[in-house]
Write a protein that binds this ligand. Sequence first.
Ligand code: TYM
Length: 333
Amino acid sequence: MDDKKIIFSGIQPSGTLTLGNYLGAIRQWVNLPKDYHCIYAMMDMHTITVRQTPAELRRRTLELLALYIACGINPDENTFFIQSHNPNHAELAWVLNCYTYMGELQRMTQFKDKSSRHAENINAGLFTYPVLMAADILLYQTDYVPVGKDQMQHIEICRDIAQRFNAVYGDVFKIPEGMLPKVGANIMSLQEPTKKMSKSDPNPKAYISMLDDMNVIAKKIKSAVTDSEGVVEYREGDDTKAGINNLLSIMSSVTGREIDDIVKDYAGRGYGDFKADVAEAVVEKMKPIRAEFDRLVADKQYLLDICKKGAESAGRISQRTLNKVYKKVGFVI
Ligand code: TYM
């Protein structure tokens, strides 16, 4: 491979993508400068830590690829693949499991959160999930991992595992860095704006799915929970302002305008006008993506061909790291 820096990221095809996934992750992928080598995966192996319906998981995995492309990430310039198509992920994850402590994994917020929501199925995969994620990243000697804020803890543990391994065996892994967008790193629920917007929220009014109809998107934004003050103003850390802060972040993120600049437009005006404009801006952004998605998803063979090519390339790049690891730990190769 050439000496371009490497970007790796991925999303779980465990539900329809939300506006949070788009603004926190995919939107920054689209805007990454041309001088990176970008690898993006559909993380199907991570999804089975909670029960999935097999036919739906298969369908959503290809839909996720169609969405990546519909959002503007060019399949000719970037590598896309399905995680389970490259067995090196599972193989490296096993090795890294032996270099990760139970105590570190017990501290992971996502584990605590998911195990309380799925109390009937606290499986070992849910617990070691961050180790598989570390393997995903480290296999490609990744420089940067563009994600939303909720994934930063997983990137920290990935760095710790890599540093621990390197301390024993020398420079095997590149130490990756997380990359957060300037705005939109933490899009909140529209109904409980102190909670993150999540595709697993039982209340569909709390999140915008990228596959919602345009009038549904507008309706959800117009019925977003705000406050009774009636002043469009951004106040970081003020929970009473969480709803407005969130809508301002969304507006800034979809229009590319600074928050301060947007606030000026609404001096002396009510939330009704503001929400209507946010709804319009989001719909404007989503409309062409949705149309392109509908076109792409109808061509299953095209999507499968991209996955096949991507898996070959991902397999080749990652094999070098896995061979090195196997040699270092003492496996006969
Ligand atoms: P996942 O599938 O939950 O989310 C995918 C991406 O969307 C971001 N995101 C958000 N950003 C802003 N506001 C929100 N409300 C919001 N909700 C989600 C996430 O931060 C993420 O960037 N463990 C990962 C998937 C994964 C991965 C990896 C990512 C597996 N292996 C290797 C990067 C590198 C996850 O569950 O993301």
